[in-house]
Design a protein. Structure first.
Length: 547
């Protein structure tokens, strides 16, 4: 409870200062300062009184701030027939149609920066109701230990990567490939800051860590702001291609695009490049002097995305040509996001061969691998291309086709997940089977490689399991045949002693294969099928493999 007392005092002060910054210019007519301080303190609560391990009981977040909700409804009761407006301490007037908008203003204008400087608060989220949900590093670490991962779109923490991508697809209607990418990238991102149980917020504006005391830095105003979908929002001008509106905002309204960031951490150039508005891109780079190498400030997988990333992702060839060909403002072709993904990978993911070809002609590295072990081939396999053209192009350029990432996913796993039948057939015919060589003519390395490409991922799913779980029954049955064909070649190999992978050579942790389980799509389903196939080979062949 001692930590809660310190948190309550510090957060109450921060919330009070956030209200003054966002609406202090007009709030004194409604509420006195001492009442405001009391409101800030009394609307902060700790909802998890249970001592059950996080992830089993209680809410994901450990602090709730209902200040915006209370303040909004207090204003509405006092002024029933007028719209709610706030005036910041700098005189900026904003309309606040809902408690959620007010809460987001408090977070983005001040509260997030203030809390993060104390190295205790890991994340702040705003619920649709206007309640600010805060997760401390201590809570996030325990949630991780319970196997939970955070949704980037709401306050929910889901069970494992499978639970996270399923939640994104069902609740937020996120497309499959992006949902799986976000789920995979969420595994490591909470390890950025190590939580220390000796670090707590202090009410005297100091941060005490392991007994040392240092004054906290003065909280400055963030350049990031909350944008609303209004017709006079300059970011909307950049997004929608309204060059005249953007110029008017700059010339007559004092708008400074160089210092503007929306709540996703994107600036006007990111929006213009991603939307393919070349005239606005040129204006922002050449007249407003925005650095085209400037990365997005967003959290998680958004962090580090540049204008080139967005233009390449969305296939805007002319914009890409301008960015990579502008000698006065050169872009770095190899700039990567926080997870190490380049613009070329994004173009491969979305199937934009014309953009890939241009970037390749400019000398970009097409063999890059991100922090999760994914190269452009794997991005292509999980992306939106329908034909095998891009895979063929990458193979011609000597891009590594047999790569598997840190989750154990190769091309077949990725293509199976999204039901890409054409890609699976191409890969099997051109890469896995090569020149239709028999098992007896394959080397030990080739056989080991083939087993890796059809084997289980880190959660026990083979390509056939992944396709079947997604409802692609025909593709799943084709992949069963591919997996069993590899086993057949293993059994007929004349290469001498082979070192079988543990999942195939060791029966521990795997149930015996049954004929009625031939087309069961689940973890270790493919393993059982392949072991069952191996068990039908003659004793002589099996002994030859194990010698």
């Amino acid at each position: 409870m001692t930590d809660e007392r310190y948190l309550l005092e510090a957060l109450g002060r921060y919330v009070n200062e956030a209200i003054i910054q966002v609406c202090g210019g007009g709030i004194q007519d409604q509420i006195e300062k001492d009442q405001l301080r009391d409101l800030a303190r009394t609307t902060i609560s700790f909802p998890n009184q249970t001592k059950l391990p996080p992830g089993i009981g209680g809410k994901p977040h450990d602090i709730e701030v209902k200040t915006a909700l209370s303040l909004f409804h207090r204003w509405k009761r006092a002024n029933k027939d007028t719209k709610v407006e706030v005036i910041s301490d700098l005189g900026i007037v904003r309309e606040v149609p809902t408690p959620r908008i007010l809460a987001e203003l408090l977070v983005t204008e001040f509260l997030e920066a203030a809390c993060r400087q104390d190295s205790v608060v890991h994340d702040l989220r705003v619920q649709p109701s206007g309640v600010i949900c805060i997760i401390t590093y201590a809570r996030s670490e325990l949630l991780r230990q319970a196997g939970r991962l955070p949704c980037p779109h709401c306050c929910q923490w889901c069970k494992g990567t499978k639970g996270l991508w399923w939640h994104q697809q069902q609740k937020h209607k996120i497309e499959y490939s992006e949902a799986t990418t976000v789920a995979s990238s969420s595994v490591n991102e909470l390890a950025i800051v190590v939580y220390s149980p000796n670090t707590v917020l202090r009410s005297n504006n100091t941060s005490t860590t392991n007994g040392s005391t240092e004054p906290l830095p003065v909280h400055g105003r963030q350049q990031q702001r909350q944008h609303h979908m209004t017709t006079d929002d300059p970011i909307e001008f950049a997004k929608n291609g309204d060059l005249d509106g953007l110029k008017n905002a700059v010339m007559y309204k004092g708008y400074q695009p160089l210092n503007d960031w929306d709540r996703r951490g994107a600036n006007p150039l990111h929006w213009a490049a991603g939307s393919g508005h070349l005239d606005i891109v040129k204006y922002l780079v050449e007249d407003c002097h925005i650095d085209p190498n400037q990365g997005q400030r967003g959290k998680r997988s958004f962090s580090g995305r540049t204008a080139l990333h967005w233009a390449a992702r969305n296939g805007h060839l002319e914009t890409v040509e301008y960015l990579v060909g502008n000698t006065l403002h050169p872009v770095n072709l190899e700039t990567a996001t926080i997870d190490g993904t380049t613009a070329f990978c994004w173009a491969a993911w979305q199937g934009h061969l014309h953009v890939m070809d241009l970037l390749y002609s400019k000398g970009c590295n097409i063999h890059t691998t991100n922090s999760f072990g994914c190269n452009p081939v794997l991005w292509c396999a999980q992306g939106k291309g329908e034909e095998s053209t891009i895979l063929e192009w990458l193979a011609e350029k000597q891009s590594r086709m047999d790569v598997t990432n840190h989750n154990g996913h190769g091309v077949l796993h990725k293509a199976a997940q999204r039901g890409w039948k054409v890609g699976c057939h191409w890969f099997v015919n051109k890469i896995l089977q090569g020149n239709n060589r028999t098992g007896s003519s394959m080397t030990a390395n080739e056989i080991a490689n083939a087993l890796r490409l059809v084997g289980p991922d880190t959660e026990g799913y083979c390509p056939s399991d992944l396709a079947g779980m997604e409802g692609n029954e025909e593709l799943a049955k084709f992949l069963v045949g591919v997996e069993l064909d590899v086993i057949e070649r293993v059994a007929t190999s004349n290469t001498g002693p082979l070192s079988l992978p543990e999942w195939l050579g060791d029966s521990r942790g795997t149930q015996a294969y049954c004929a009625n389980e031939q087309f069961v799509w689940e973890p270790q389903g493919g393993i059982r099928r392949m072991k069952g196939k191996l068990s039908t080979i003659t004793i002589k062949s099996i002994e030859a493999i194990k010698e």
